[in-house]
Design a protein around this ligand. Structure first.
Ligand code: NOJ
Length: 739
């Protein structure tokens, strides 16, 4: 630590300890908070509940003058969107040296898939099914973010969604609740580490509580209306998983659930979250959500909105300034009690204590540490590996991929072939697009001097201009192999980016048709923040590799797959529909009383479409490899409360490969209907060519339990089926009885 830092730390500890010495004893964290609370004026208490945003200047983030004044007056508890050593130190110094009680600030930012080293978007990461890698990516994100002064991330986003029109599916883990819980736990662990006092950790914030992923018609911010059983069974468990993993904070969602907006929902924020789940962290709103209670139509003005939020259990107001403007008056008018305010302040101060901010408000930041941590070579190497793990090979007719070693000229064609910004994806924290490797660059890096890589854009992503088609077709004719880089721009997914039509935008399908017509071998590299409805492309493209938005190392990681240096192992965690008309289409659906049976295709009065099959283009859990796997020899046995499952998996192809072995259950008869399949386990295994492994799982009655109309979760004895395979279409099955 530099001398200056030591001096600063000393001054802070000295002034802060005066606060406690006056109380005349050694104190535990909780005592310290109580002592502090007693010294705080109402204004200072309200200040702790206020999250403000510092501004940006051309050279980077910095504080607006009014924000500095607010901090000095003790009117701010947390800052949004400021990072980098100098900026954070400048604001923190005001808080701990110039404000009366010297209470440190928390600095929060959206560190969603990396901070400076950007990893694939979360939906892509989920497709890796690699929980260790996901945890490690958050560890790296935490190290970089904390080195730049951040102590808090608004992540993980754990909203389950069955609607790919909703742009925010890019930020989550997909449609499955069980897998979503495992990924949520890994992310919280990754960010927070073993102890939040470790200055290389940051506090997690589970969001958006709750059920934000189920807006009507897939339109962002829209109404959520669903049965309580669905809410409990599918939409709430991922937030609970974060709470159980120790997430330090949780964010309310913009939406209403069954008539009550989350930010004024006392049942959600207090009865369920605190009383039933035992959450001990603090609750922050989403951006401006308290004021939005007026538009929702549950508050006439900001004053009433602030009271509703406080009663519901909101501790910190992100950017509405409703608490700042109204709480004092509300207390005077006895519409909010001091006890309510004290409880909220306690929750915030406790988080600061857990983060070690009272001992070192700068959490050991320094220019040296920043320089050492940011984009360290080992982080970039890890990011590259992660890109490859996240790609999903959707189609590969006649072994089109990997690109044969005999190929001498590769034509890269398409609007996403050389686009740095689009590699980053949405929510890029401090990611720098200039440092991103595009697909074209990645292929050039891979090929060296022996192979020539040529490029034409062909068309833009999202307009009707066909002016570049001819040059693209000419280029394709000169090549031995064509890589078509198609998809969405990164801004077409994420917040406020719902799409009613989720096919390839613009004239990209037409470009693909013309290029494929040249007869050259063609592989499509697809970039997207959601499952797209690509039936048209799928019908003509020999090979399709879904690559999401891969982040800083996107081009290198994709080139590893295209060249065959990495054998694809990703599996989609969200169903790819044939068309928007099928949505919501998800694997864990119900059978209905009139199920459609493909073996009887002419039935009319069954649950089906007249103009489309029921099944999706690509189901949950699906993804190809350059090798093949064969499943056999499934055995299920019950031993007391344990269900033991074992199956053989053989690598039957010509390459070593990684397979995600998936286990699904189905209860044949229940007191209420059960989904046709539910994921209850997976193993990501590596098999040499020709190798067979016996893969074992152990389930318990907990894995068979489900929510009942009384909203209690328990299992029912009866007959069950187990399915084991490489996707949710797994057909190797065996039944068993469980008492
Ligand atoms: C609004 C988004 O909904 C939320 O996810 C994000 O964390 C906040 N803005 C802060 O940027």
């Amino acid at each position: 630590m530099k001398a200056m830092d030591i001096l600063k730390k000393g001054i802070f500890l000295f002034s802060f300890s005066i606060l406690f010495i006056s109380a005349g004893a050694q104190h535990t964290g909780n005592d310290r908070i109580e002592i502090l609370l007693k010294k705080m004026t109402l204004k200072e208490k309200i200040g702790q509940l206020n999250q403000a945003m510092a501004g940006w200047e051309v050279t980077g983030p910095s504080a607006k003058v009014n924000c500095r004044e607010l901090i000095r007056e003790g009117k701010v508890g947390a800052i949004l969107n400021t990072y980098m050593v100098d900026s954070v130190m400048a604001l923190q110094r005001i808080a701990v040296e110039e404000s009366r009680l010297k209470i440190p600030l928390i600095f929060g930012n959206d560190v969603i898939h990396g901070h400076c080293t950007i990893f694939p978007i979360p939906l892509g990461q989920a497709a890796s099914w690699d929980l260790d890698a996901i945890e490690q990516s958050e560890q790296i994100a935490a190290k970089e973010a904390s080195a730049e002064g951040l102590s808090w991330t608004f992540s993980p986003m754990v909203d389950i969604s069955r609607d790919p029109r909703w742009g925010r599916v890019a930020e989550g883990a997909g449609e499955d609740t069980w897998l979503g819980c495992r990924i949520a736990e890994a992310r919280v662990k990754g960010f927070q580490g073993k102890d939040l006092k470790d200055p290389r950790s940051i506090m997690a914030c589970a969001k958006h509580f709750g059920a934000y992923g189920a807006p009507q018609a897939g339109r962002d911010y829209n109404t959520v209306d669903m049965s309580m059983i669905s809410l409990y069974e599918w939409y709430l468990p991922t937030y609970k998983a974060c709470v159980d993993a120790g997430a330090g904070s949780i964010m309310t969602s913009f939406n209403e659930i069954n008539g009550t907006p989350s930010t004024s929902n006392r049942w959600l924020l207090t009865d369920l979250l605190r009383k039933s789940w035992g959450f001990r962290g603090f609750v922050v709103t989403d951006f401006g959500s308290i004021s939005e209670l007026i538009s929702h139509g549950v508050a006439v003005n900001e004053f009433q909105a602030a009271a509703l939020a406080m009663h519901a259990g909101v501790d910190m107001d992100m950017m509405s300034r409703a608490y700042e403007n109204s709480l004092e008056e509300l207390v005077k008018e006895k519409k909010v009690t001091l006890t309510e305010i004290d409880n909220a302040v306690r929750n915030v101060l406790l988080a600061k204590m857990k983060l070690g901010l009272f001992d070192d408000p700068y959490r050991g930041i320094s220019k040296e540490r920043e320089q050492k941590e940011i984009m360290a070579p080992e982080y970039l190497a890890f990011a590259r590996k992660m890109v490859a793990e996240c790609c999903v090979l959707l189609k590969n007719d006649k072994g089109t991929l990997p690109i044969p070693v005999t190929v001498k000229t590769i034509a890269v064609i398409g609007p996403l072939g050389d686009s740095k910004r689009n590699m980053l994806g949405n929510w890029t924290s401090a990611g720098d697009e200039e440092k991103c490797v595009t697909l074209l660059e990645g292929l050039k890096n891979k090929a060296g001097n022996n192979v020539s890589i040529i490029y034409e854009k062909g068309c833009n992503t999202n307009d009707q201009d066909r002016g570049g088609f001819k040059a693209a077709v000419d280029l394709a004719s000169k090549a031995d192999f064509v890589v078509l880089a198609l998809g969405e721009d990164e801004w077409m997914s994420g917040e406020a980016s719902s799409r009613a039509n989720i096919d390839l935008p613009g004239v990209q399908n037409d470009l693909a048709e013309e290029v494929i017509r040249t007869g050259k071998p063609v592989a499509v590299v697809l970039f997207s923040g959601r499952p797209l409805a690509i039936s048209r492309l799928n019908a003509i493209a020999p090979a399709i590799l879904e690559t999401w938005f891969g982040g800083t190392e996107a081009g290198n990681g994709i080139a590893d797959i295209l060249s065959g240096d990495y054998n694809p192992s990703g599996k989609i965690t969200m169903t790819f529909p044939r068309s928007v008309g099928q949505i919501p289409v998800f694997y864990n659906c119900k059978n209905t009383g009139r199920p459609f049976r493909p073996a009887e295709p002419d039935q009319k009065y069954v649950s089906r479409y007249l103009d489309l099959p029921n099944d999706p283009l690509y189901p949950f859990g699906y993804g190809l490899s350059y090798t093949t796997f064969f499943y056999s020899n499934l055995k299920v046995s019950v031993n007391g409360n344990k269900i033991l499952v074992a199956a053989d998996v053989k690598n039957t192809g010509n390459r070593d490969g990684i397979e995600v072995v998936q286990l699904y259950i189905h209860q044949k008869v229940g007191s209420i209907t059960r989904p046709v399949k539910e994921l209850r386990g997976f193993k990501r295994i590596s098999l040499h060519k020709g190798e067979t492994a016996r893969i074992e799982f152990t389930l318990t009655s907990d894995d068979l339990a489900f929510y009942h109309p009384d909203l209690k979760k328990y299992y029912e004895s009866g007959e069950f089926e187990i399915f084991v395979g490489g996707s949710s279409n797994a057909s190797l099955t065996q039944s068993f009885l469980f008492k």
